[in-house]
Design a binder for this molecule. Structure first.
Ligand code: GLY
Length: 867
């Protein structure tokens, strides 16, 4: 049986038992800050278990992409050490949301394992939670498992929780007995003879941060079975790495490195590479990119570890990107997103691998310095601070430092390293901005509003709550500000990149403006209000009205954003994923994954295509459907957006189809016009396009035209001629600049003629000289040069643009007799100017010097009379 057969059997079995097939959620969890990556099949159903969401079905089956590399479930360090731990893996699961419970869950699991997968009952062992007599009895009495093959275990093995907080409950596990050669017949969670295959979780509680367990609204079922282990057992292999999920990757890599795939010495390296390339491919296709924190950092670490193992088996240059096609070939039937992102995945990996090579080279040099400093001090332990800096600033991995130190019989002060790391994490946490909304009381989450703003911009409604300075209040009066929550609202609160509506409102006794609107975590709409007149009381009925023209401008940009997304995918490729957006009344900004800059031609193509779609006046239609149906009909979902089962699918003709809750125009023709204003890179692999549409687009053009008109009138040239004229002007200017700088350099070398001007005044060497038409800037350089060359008091002047400039530069050993800053004040009065400076250097400006000879004579006189 291979992995594809297993997926088919699993789905068919549970579909026949009335389970709704749900697609795998992305690896990036949807708006769940408690986990970094999707770590179990149940993650996407968390809100259903908790009772915050309900769906049309009560039974579900899924095969979920998972990563266990952080937080409560972390196998990062196990990979390579065992043959059955992975960073990325697939989890098969069936779920009951308040429908069946322990008995059916156990019955189904047993039937599938024995009847469909063909395990012999004697080879299976089960465990239950210590106190769970009910499950024990089901296994013993209903299923007929002899008690010697049922074990009771403690919390560590048989109580499952998603994270430090979240849904949890006791569980019962099915294990496979590999036989006497793998260990004694003593069942325990640690005995390697028994392989855990399937975990049936009896979801009953919600664990709070304080550790308190609250019962869930209804007992539910969540099960998880590791695809890779199951495939190993069902295909008669002894290691996950020997299955059809991994073996082709290993063989390909070995061939590439020209090594034997079964060589014991390099087996671990090949296994780690295979595991990590799978993880990298899936992460990148779900929108994760290398970075120095969060998910991107995990990606970076995985790549670096894989690359490091690559070096140890003989690769001299980047190779991981060559392995990804094999992963894609094995998995793309089940996960088509891999095939769609084929090129992008290998580009990201290649560029990151090359970057890592550069980091290694420069890091190695720095590492050698640290080693030498440590040896010079007569020490053998590298400072944690230095190693931290090496890893944090220069990206040189700490495990490299440890390995290299070991090779030199030295150590790294890991405690010091961890202290630095903790310090940095503390600093970055305290830098997090707190938005005004989070200052509001928690029970606000219950204050949901009904949104009526897709079809109307005005609403009459009762008030649910008024807040003033973060506390609930009965009323707010003239001049005061507060937050208003009402039963029904046409206001769209800032979300999904779209700016919140603003507008106005009134009640019988008040008039107020609505200056901003935002959504709280459960869809409640916060209206930030300022009372302009009268008093607003919580028993009032209010009539609120959205600022229509702002809403229209926002809608033009939002519909254009969808057109842009579709056009980017058409012109640049299907790997394009939205990674952020701003949709405002003034412009739109769209961030997306793409590895190269978008060329001028491509930008033109994108813009032309969008404007064509605008002129085609396509219908913008929304329908409510299920998440699954929407994706099946080709709709694009944003990977870290949270969708409930009922979603709003927005299509623009046949051109674009996306899940979206925003407000839009009804026909693309209403946009009128679309113009890209900039394209740039915002981080590695993420580009940004800014654009304007609708009346903001018109305004943009208007400003542009009036700027051009200004230039045309200034130079008295029009249209194409203006360009030629300015080009000529530019050319002329360049020539002049060249000439001036040539003159300048000639002046610089011509000072030899000044030799004869050198005189002695009061026993000191002095040069006084007037240059014709020399710029002030050149004058000061010349003064210093002359002073240095002749070691004399230098006083030079010139005229430029109808004004004079004078510079004095005096060798510092002569400043006792002649002080430049005093002299300049006296000399500048001759030209009715002023100036200043230091004892050794000073400058001044004044009227044009018409009689240079006379001017210089006055200076001589002045010096002679200086005391
Ligand atoms: N949610 C069940 C498991 O991960 O084992």
């Amino acid at each position: 049986m291979n992995s594809n057969d297993i997926r088919d059997i699993f789905y068919t079995f549970f579909k026949n038992k009335g389970h709704y097939k749900v697609m795998s959620a992305p690896l990036v969890p949807a708006k769940d800050p408690t986990i970094l990556f999707t770590n179990a099949g149940m993650n996407q159903f968390k809100d259903i278990f908790i009772g915050n969401e309900s769906r049309d079905y009560k039974r579900a089956v899924s095969i979920q992409k998972c990563m266990r590399v952080s937080g409560k479930h972390n196998d990062f360090d196990e990979v390579g050490r065992t043959e059955y731990h992975h960073t990325f893996f697939e989890m098969l699961g069936n779920f009951s949301f308040g429908d069946y419970f322990k008995e059916k869950a156990i019955e189904y699991a047993w039937e599938l394992m024995t009847d469909k997968f063909g395990f012999s009952p004697e080879d299976l062992r089960v465990s239950v939670f210590n106190e769970d007599d009910e499950s024990y009895k089901i296994w013993e009495d209903k299923i007929g498992i002899p008690s010697k093959r049922i074990s009771r275990l403690g919390e560590k093995d048989n109580f499952w929780q998603m994270g430090n907080t979240g849904p949890c409950g006791p569980c019962s596990e099915i294990h496979y007995d590999r036989g006497a050669e793998f260990g004694p017949d003593e069942f325990s969670g640690d005995n390697k003879r028994f392989v855990e295959v399937w975990n049936l979780v009896f979801m009953q509680y919600y664990k709070e941060e304080s550790g308190k367990m609250n019962p869930l609204p209804s007992p539910s079922i969540d099960t998880g079975m590791g695809m890779e282990r199951l495939t190993t057992l069902l295909s008669g292999k002894s290691s996950n790495y020997d299955t059809d999920l991994f073996r082709p990757i290993i063989e390909f890599t070995a061939k590439l490195a020209d090594v034997n795939p079964d060589d014991k010495d390099i087996k671990i390296g090949l296994n780690v590479i295979a595991d990590h390339v799978r993880a990298l491919s899936f992460l990148i296709s779900d929108g994760v990119l290398p970075s120095n924190d969060g998910r991107g950092y995990v990606l970076r670490r995985l790549l670096r570890r894989a690359s490091k193992h690559g070096r140890s088996i003989g690769f001299k240059e980047s190779f991981l990107y060559k392995v990804t096609p094999v992963v894609i070939e094995i998995m793309e039937n089940t996960y088509p997103e891999l095939g769609l992102n084929r090129k992008f995945i290998s580009e990201v990996i290649k560029s990151e691998e090359e970057r890592f090579e550069r980091t290694l080279l420069s890091g190695l040099k720095r590492f050698e310095d640290i080693i030498h400093n440590t040896i010079d001090k007569g020490e053998k332990v590298l400072s944690g601070k230095d190693v931290f800096k090496l890893s944090d600033t220069y990206g040189f991995p700490v495990d490299f430092s440890i390995d290299l130190a070991n090779e030199k019989n030295m150590k790294v002060d890991l405690e010091g390293f961890r202290a630095e790391l903790a310090d940095q994490q503390k600093k970055s946490r305290s830098g997090l901005a707190v938005r005004g909304v989070s200052n509001l009381p928690e029970d606000m989450d219950k204050l949901n509003s009904i949104f009526t703003g897709y079809n109307s911009l005005e609403e009459e409604s009762s008030i649910k709550e008024i807040f003033k300075a973060n506390s609930i209040t009965d009323s707010i009066s003239e001049g005061e500000e507060g937050v208003l929550i009402i039963e029904k609202t046409p206001f769209y609160g800032e979300s999904g990149g779209q700016t919140g509506d603003t507008g106005s409102g009134r009640s019988e006794n008040s008039l107020f403006s609505i200056t901003d609107t935002r959504k709280n975590s459960t869809g409640g709409l916060l209206h930030y209000v300022k009372i302009l007149k009268g008093n607003l009381t919580n028993s009032d009925i209010v009539r609120v009205k959205v600022d229509m023209s702002k809403r229209e401008n926002i809608a033009a940009h939002h519909t254009s954003t969808h057109l842009l997304h579709a056009a980017l995918r058409e012109i640049l490729g299907p790997h394009i994923k939205q990674s952020g957006s701003y949709v405002g009344p003034d412009k739109l900004r769209f961030d997306f994954t793409h590895f190269k800059s978008v060329s001028k031609d491509q930008l033109n193509g994108i813009e032309t295509l969008i404007n064509r779609k605008i002129r085609e006046n396509l219908n913008v239609k929304t329908i409510e459907t299920t998440y699954e149906d929407a994706l099946n009909s080709g709709a694009i979902a944003i990977f870290d957006e949270k969708y409930s089962d009922k979603v709003r699918m927005l299509s623009i003709g046949e051109f674009s189809c996306e899940l979206c809750g925003g407000t839009h125009l009804q026909q693309t023709g209403e946009i009128g016009f679309f113009k890209i204003t900039s394209e740039s890179s915002i981080s590695s692999g993420i580009r940004r396009i800014e654009a304007v549409a609708g009346s903001a687009g018109y305004k943009y053009l208007e400003t542009l035209f009036s700027r051009i008109e200004k230039i045309e009138s200034k130079f008295n040239q029009k249209g194409e001629r203006l360009f030629d004229f300015l080009s000529e002007l530019d050319e002329k200017n360049r020539k002049l600049e060249k000439k001036i700088s040539k003159q300048g350099s000639q002046e610089k070398t011509d000072f030899s003629e000044l030799k004869s001007s050198k005189m002695e005044i009061r026993g000191l060497p002095v040069i006084i000289h007037h240059f014709e038409e020399t710029s002030k800037k050149m004058l000061s350089t010349a003064a210093d040069d002359i002073k240095r060359k002749y070691e004399c008091v230098t006083i030079i002047s010139s005229n430029e643009g109808g004004k004079s400039g004078i510079v004095i530069s005096i060798p510092s050993n002569l400043t006792k007799k002649f002080n430049a800053s005093t002299l300049i004040k006296q000399i500048s009065t001759i030209v009715e100017g002023n100036g200043g400076g230091r004892p050794d250097f000073a400058q001044a400006g004044g009227n044009e010097i018409n009689d240079p000879e006379g001017f210089m004579a006055r200076i001589v006189e002045l010096l002679e009379n200086t005391k």
